[in-house]
Design a protein. Sequence first.
Length: 279
Amino acid sequence: MSSDTVDGDTRPAPADPGRPDTAELSRPARRQAEIAAYVVEHGSVSANDLVEAFGVSVMTVHRDLDELERQGVVRKYRGGVTAQPTSVFESNVAYRLNTAQAEKSALARHARAMIEPGMSVMLDDSTSALALVDLLEDITPLTVATNFLPAISKLTGLRDVTLLALGGIYSATHDSFGGMPCAEAVEALHTDFLFCSVSAVSPTHAFHQEEEIVLVKRAMLRSARTKVLLVDHGKLQRTALHRLAPLTDFDVVVVDEKTPADLVQALRDNGATVEVAPL
């Protein structure tokens, strides 16, 4: 089995359920990869939908879904399965990569204007921050620190970028490194900027579903001079299990222009500095 190493941590090379490479998989594993891609594409589907789409029995579908749920790719509910987030569960990275793409691109363009050559930048494991990576090539030299494996992979191809790959405990669900080892690596740094996102934002606070993710994000907040929260409008007026921080802990909260004006005003009324990114 192939493996990758980041800061001394070795992890198995992950499958991408959004784009499965099925050439060398067994028949059940190949079907499971195809089911995962189908659920990621559609968000939520019923078991009967999968029976019809893949021509297998209900029992086989439920057995495949049990395995995919064990891997953290999907979550079963009565009568169906979903890749969408809830207040307790974060979505698999393959699902997040395919949602709100235009909004994330707009947030990234707005964030890019804040960065100047010679700066140090920290990126969390959000797909919103990942969209910024593609815009960094012409503002080098830069130092970039991140725990997100897709960002690490892209940054290795950029010239004049000093990459600090933040290792720790690998999560296939998030395709990133976390836990206490990662938090300790983060706290050894002090960057000019942090660009990050969360899964849910109320008028006063940022939230995330998972305690381990919150641990690392809080360390990042402590380790950056200027903290920027990137939030597409679909994450607003929501909460999740763990409260990360008040919005006033961020120097800037960037939202996309699809955000209703009354929500922007509510954020500002509660003390947040809000900037609206045009699409």
